[in-house]
Design a protein around this ligand. Structure first.
Ligand code: NAD
Length: 262
């Protein structure tokens, strides 16, 4: 096995499920120590933690709520205490809510901006001094096709994700002469619990089968008619951590089956 990230530590926010978990597994396969974060059933999280540890890396878990800056400070302090520093920061935690703007619950707007956008500011500002001291770092922001184009009824999500692309570019410029790179990955549809809920809601709303709702969802936006997988996104994250990607800076890299090519 190629252990290109041995002796590096990767912190992946929202990695108890879906894309974040997929990225954690691929980084662990390269030998990186892993800090998992996210919500969920304690036994299931522990099972994921010990499964990833079998790949040979050390794996720790911290349950910080990414909408709460004091808990984000505790998360970064925990990673530094466990492993010395955060070399690779993957800002992945995110939630969705679908509603017209006039009916959008104010608390949902605030939560989406806090978790999908502001949390990346807090982790980045807290991890940056360690990366600067070592003159090496990788910051990967998991954005979305919705960081590049919009859909209706997703105003908070689209605003947060467009904001995260801008944040990515700005911090990439701040670090452009250093060994720290900052980039965004912009997936199209990935079949995770976040998207399964949208498929289930659609099936219920339109009185169609879940299978048909899934096909319709893909057909509407994603020309490949295939879901992107968490593993594919994890392998792209691995590439962005390699020397080959050392001068890839401030990019929003779409993995969307052609969604944003239209
Ligand atoms: P998911 O629901 O499977 O996973 C979300 C993760 O974030 C979970 O681990 C959850 O526990 C965690 N989380 C949620 N709120 C949190 C909080 N307050 N504090 C800490 N952790 C929290 O969803 P996913 O599809 O894997 O999404 C991961 C990221 O990918 C999100 O930023 C999402 O916007 C983005 N994304 C997903 C898709 C897709 O099609 N699934 C497409 C583009 C972008």
């Amino acid at each position: 096995m190629n252990m290109s990230l041995k002796n590096k530590t990767a912190l992946i926010t929202g990695s108890t499920s879906g894309i974040g978990l997929g990225i954690a597994i691929e980084l662990a396969k390269q030998g990186a120590n892993i800090v998992l974060n996210g919500f969920g059933d304690a036994a299931i999280i522990e099972a994921a933690r010990s499964e990833i540890a079998k790949l040979g890396a050390k794996v720790a878990y911290h349950g910080a709520d990414m909408s709460k800056p004091p808990e984000i400070e505790q998360l970064i302090a925990f990673a530094v205490k466990e492993f010395g520093m955060v070399d690779i920061l993957v800002n992945n935690a995110g939630i969705q809510h679908v509603s017209s703007v006039e009916n959008f619950p104010v608390e949902k707007w605030d939560a989406i901006i806090a978790i999908n956008l502001s949390s990346a500011f807090h982790t980045t500002r807290l991890a940056m001094p360690g990366m600067r001291a070592k003159n090496w770092g990788r910051i990967i922001n998991v954005v979305s096709a919705h960081g590049l184009v919009a859909s209706k009824d997703k105003s908070a999500y689209v605003a947060a994700k467009h904001g995260l692309v801008g944040f990515t570019k700005s911090v990439a410029l701040e670090t452009a002469t250093t060994g720290i790179t900052v980039n965004a990955i912009c997936p199209g549809w990935v079949l995770t619990p976040l998207v399964q809920k949208q498929i289930d809601d659609r099936a219920k709303r339109e009185g169609i089968s879940v299978d048909q709702a899934s096909k319709d969802l893909l057909g509407e936006k994603q020309p490949s008619l295939q879901f992107t997988t968490p593993q594919q996104l994890g392998e792209l994250a691995v590439f962005l951590c390699q020397d080959a990607a050392a001068n890839v800076r401030g990019q929003a890299w779409a993995v969307d089956g052609g969604w944003t090519a239209q």
